[in-house]
Design a binder for this molecule. Structure first.
Ligand code: BG6
Length: 501
């Protein structure tokens, strides 16, 4: 059963503030820039959502000429288009300049100043600093930014900070203090690209734009919740970063916590940035801190071994580039979380995430309680619980499973699905990074994290990280292409439940 979108009113086209800007990307040649940022800028350009007066200065450690950097921009975009070569317009490539330097040695200050000063009417531009770099470089880069003379000039300035913001609570607080020496809170965009995904935003629309689900959205009707952020890719070229971050700091502290908050939060007073963020912070605060005994029973850490992905043999994590041969870093995590508030007390949130799993799959499953009576006496099968699934990847889709009578004389209940698939819509939706870049230019902070939220997320994660750090794991403990260690399956089975996939 498919659901179609009815057009009751023509939505007005998204008004994009195409204010002129100068974007200074630190880590402009890095993995994140190549995979997400540069393709997003190009798509915005193609959709005519970038002002003609948009200029980008990329800063990176590696020596490159302007031409070499523009070639890198081109190949990154071509790779993202997956269709091989594309003719990337020169007018786009000419927006880019490259500066090589080592932020630790504060190199490049004069060059950045000169670059900015050459714009005639500098006041009409906003300057956006983008830290597409691992957390350990943030302090150096902030020192460098603080020394730029341009910070005393009267233009609008902003900073985008990639996740993870810090590496624990203490470092997140220090980083924030340093940021505030240069930027006001409303100039700080702590990015988590999951919040820019269309289906992720739709969780709030679905919950608070309909009156039929919200009355059921609580411990009386919901049995449990499952959240999966699975990838089949390994760590690719990011060994240096990943060894320090692991799945806990790369995904659970940020993307996963945000997904939990969107499912669990109360309706905000309005849809303004601070009201939405206030509600999310309340959820982070309600997530109970786990004791070691609890963690031993209810959390699973894994690391991938060799195996097959899409029919191809792949190496184990410890054989990846820039990874320690005895690495204890987790590439898989699953666990049972609790949101201890009035609405959710007693409802488990099972979460899992990992690299080199069976497939790419991001989904949230709301599993409702089964009906109180097994009324259909002749039924030979159990009735399945109603499940509401927010599929975020690979498809953007929402589906609801309900039980119907299977035609015939027998009383067979049979589950059917109602589906709404975004791909069926005849509209262009922005990818997560495109949406968030636009929001940053416009000055809309709703989809960005606030400092108190970041600290609360670390408050939950710090004890988990500390607990796992004490254990000397016998890794690898799952084969590439599986769904993580067997213990992750048992985690649900011992509660009489199972992962949807
Ligand atoms: C990033 C992580 O934040 O998200 C990566 O650093 C991960 O390790 C990526 O691969 C997944 O993003 P997406 O949008 O492909 O699910």
């Amino acid at each position: 059963m498919d659901l179609e979108m009815k057009t009751l009113c023509e939505p007005e086209g998204v008004e994009v503030n195409t204010q002129p800007f100068v974007l200074i990307i630190f880590g402009g040649g890095g993995d994140l820039s190549q995979k997400k940022l540069l393709p997003a800028l190009y798509n915005l350009f193609k959709l005519d959502k970038l002002n003609n007066d948009a200029y980008i200065l990329s800063y990176g450690r590696r020596e490159r000429t302007q031409d070499q950097y523009r070639e890198l921009v081109k190949t990154s975009i071509e790779r993202s288009l997956q269709g091989g070569k594309a003719s990337i317009e020169d007018s786009f490539l000419e927006k880019f300049n490259y500066l090589s330097g080592d932020s630790e040695k504060l190199e490049g200050i004069d060059e950045i100043n000169k670059y900015i000063c050459k714009f005639k009417d500098i006041k009409k531009y906003q300057i956006i600093f983008y830290l597409a770099t691992p957390p350990n470089l943030a302090e150096n880069i902030l020192n460098l930014i603080q020394k730029l003379e341009l910070c005393d000039k009267p233009f609008k300035k902003k900073i985008v900070m990639e996740k993870p913001f810090g590496i624990d609570t203490v470092s997140a607080i220090n980083l924030n203090d340093n940021l505030h020496k240069i930027f006001e809170e409303e100039e700080i965009y702590r990015i988590d690209h999951y919040l820019g995904k269309e289906t992720v935003q739709n969780i709030l629309f679905f919950r608070f734009g309909n009156s039929i689900f919200e009355p059921l959205w609580n411990r009386s009707f919901i049995d449990h919740i499952q959240i999966t952020v699975a990838e089949n890719i390994g760590i690719e070229t990011r060994g240096n970063f990943y060894e320090k971050a692991g799945v806990l700091k790369d995904i659970i502290q940020n993307h996963m916590m945000q997904l939990i908050a969107l499912v669990a939060m109360e309706p905000p007073a309005n849809f303004e940035a601070d009201c939405v963020r206030d509600e999310k912070v309340k959820i982070f605060k309600s997530i109970s801190i786990m004791s070691e005994e609890y963690m031993e029973e209810n959390l699973v850490l894994g690391q991938y071994g060799t195996g097959k992905i899409s029919g191809e043999n792949v190496v184990e994590y410890r054989d990846e580039k820039n990874v320690d041969k005895d690495s204890n870093t987790g590439t898989f995590f699953s666990g049972k979380f609790h949101v201890d508030n009035w609405r959710w007390a007693g409802v488990p949130f099972y979460v899992r995430s990992g690299k080199r799993l069976d497939r790419k799959l991001t989904e949230i499953v709301i599993v409702f309680k089964t009906p109180p009576l097994k009324l259909f006496g002749n039924a030979c099968r159990d009735m399945l619980a109603n499940e509401l699934v927010f599929s975020i990847q690979p498809e953007e889709k929402i589906s609801l499973s309900i039980n119907m009578k299977y035609p015939g004389v027998e009383n067979y209940p049979h589950p059917v699905e109602m589906n709404f698939n975004y791909s069926k819509l005849d509209t262009i939706s922005l990818t997560a990074y495109e949406r968030l870049i636009v929001d940053c230019i416009k000055g809309d902070l709703t989809l960005f994290s606030r400092q108190d939220g970041v600290e609360e997320m670390w408050r939950v994660l710090d004890p988990i990280v500390a607990y796992f750090n004490k254990i000397n794991f016998k890794f690898p403990n799952y084969s590439a292409g599986a769904w993580g260690p067997v213990k992750s399956k048992i985690l649900l089975e011992k509660d009489g439940r199972k992962w949807r996939i």
